[in-house]
Design a protein around this ligand. Sequence first.
Ligand code: ADP
Ligand code: ZN
Length: 624
Amino acid sequence: MLGGIALAVVAALLFNNSLTQAPPQNPNNASSQIPYSELLSNVRQDRVTKIDIFDNGRTGVVSMRDPINGTPSRFRVNLLAGDQAFYPLLRDKNVDITIYPPNNSGALMGLLQTLLLPILLLAGLFFLLRRSGGGAGGPGQAMSFGKSKARFQMDAKTGIKFDDVAGIDEAKVELQEVVQFLKKPERFTAVGAKIPKGVLLVGPPGTGKTLLAKAIAGEAGVPFFSISGSEFVEMFVGVGASRVRDLFKKAKENAPCIIFIDEIDAVGRSRGAGIGGGNDEREQTLNQLLVEMDGFEGNAGVIVIAATNRPDVLDAAIMRPGRFDRQVTVDRPDFKGRLEILKVHARNKKLLPDVSLERVARRTPGYSGADLSNVLNESAILAARRRLEAISFKEIDDAIDRISTGLVRPPLVDGKKKRLIAYHEVGHALVGTLLAEGDPLSKVTIIPRGGGTGGFAQFYPSEEMIDSGMYSRSWIMARIITALGGRAAEEIVFGEDEVTVGASSDIQNVARLAKDMVTRFGMSDLGPISLTGQGSEVFLGRDLMSRSECSEEVAQQVDHQIREIVEFCHSEAKRLLSENRDLLDRLVDLLIDKETLEGQEFRDIVAQKIPLTERHKNASAITA
Ligand code: ADP
Ligand code: ZN
């Protein structure tokens, strides 16, 4: 207790001191300005004792002390609001932080100022007590911030139904089950089925991931809790974790319910991505999320739905069984999907009877659901501006023009580019389907996606293979040949000079697979040896390590083996496609027309010319 009083006195002195010296309410009081970089280096050199933060973290007034003669000085700094390493650094260096509310108008300010001192006093006291109690850097620090501004939203009734979501039928079918889990959990638990805890929705922005999650809640008639991953990651270490805790607590009290985490990649990036300046705030938040998810039983009635468009950067721990063990892809809609979405959004719009939504859908390849809803909305605004009774095709046309110039990915109008992408993707799909060991095709599409991909061919890898980890040599070879099929088709049809960079990620995949064959699986002429160390946890310079472990001579042999594998596979891909050029052309024409071909549709066409091998013949059982 005595300690508490002493601290209170210290705090009082501290505040009085700073107030008499120079009232910090106005950052302009500081004599001169220094650059942010200079601030950082001064903090690192332990010269900074105190920082006052203004304007929602954009401006700071820094108190420094000369290390030699102890002279104090104050400077003004423009802060970088997005620098997430900043506050952890201040904390490490024990810099006192005071945050001032944004400057308001005079009279109110006067009143506030009189109130401010006692409040700040208490806050300062609280901080000091925390620090002395929890030990420096303890995880409990600044914990109460999460509580005081719980930033998740709760929707008791979303009012959204599956009917409002269109054009993403596969995702809808997969998620219909989740509604049943929420509505009738007994039915599943009675037979011993484990109810999934987490579903990860993967897809580009605006494709309806949030809408789907809301529809699940709406259909099941349960509350909808939502938060965005970027909101978790706040200034103070520990805030995100405490928000996660609050969120799950509230959700459990309201079970059955849905927790929706948008942009989960903001918290869920691979941990340890960076030596030294690692972001411990994000890691703590992620850890807390994992702890919460592990902590409740599936039948507690809380289902967590997360959304991302960057599944590749997610930490592997997130996908572990019992967490987000279901992954559902939400793609940009194809022609049919776009038509369905337009129909949904046309419901409450007044369209002239001769407006053909089909024509609109044809004009909008690459548009997401959000883009389409935007098109109809804009056209309604245009119609109102033009004082029309109803929307005509002209307004829609103008709205598309207006929106498409603002879209990042231009729809594929360029005939040659579209053909080239179609050949590339059909190249993958056809090679994969012709190979006995190839995986069955799920679909091939030329609908542009984020990240610069013009389309993709998707396969179903065999589940036994993945589960057992027993990859056979011929299976890996088939994957390499398939991956090279895209580039091979471009070469055959457009000549070697015309090949594009569109295949660069294919080439990387190929290089990785071929290297694994030689150095990890012992599947080359070098024989059954493993040349990599087991230390794959070392995330920096993994390749460097494995290199230096073997001699220069062996390294050369490895390179040689890799090249042989790749060359062989490349010529196989070219051979398969050249021998079936007619099929290739036919499938490309069809794909250009329809934008997406389902696996079964594709196989049926191939089978008209070449008998399918067992794996592909039985594919409908998997892909159905
Ligand atoms: P995401 O979460 O994938 O970024 P949203 O669910 O927030 O996308 O979509 C934004 C809006 O776009 C929705 O509220 C809806 O009006 C419209 N929209 C997007 N996808 C669809 C869809 N598949 N069907 C109907 N409307 C959609
Ligand atoms: Zn490719």
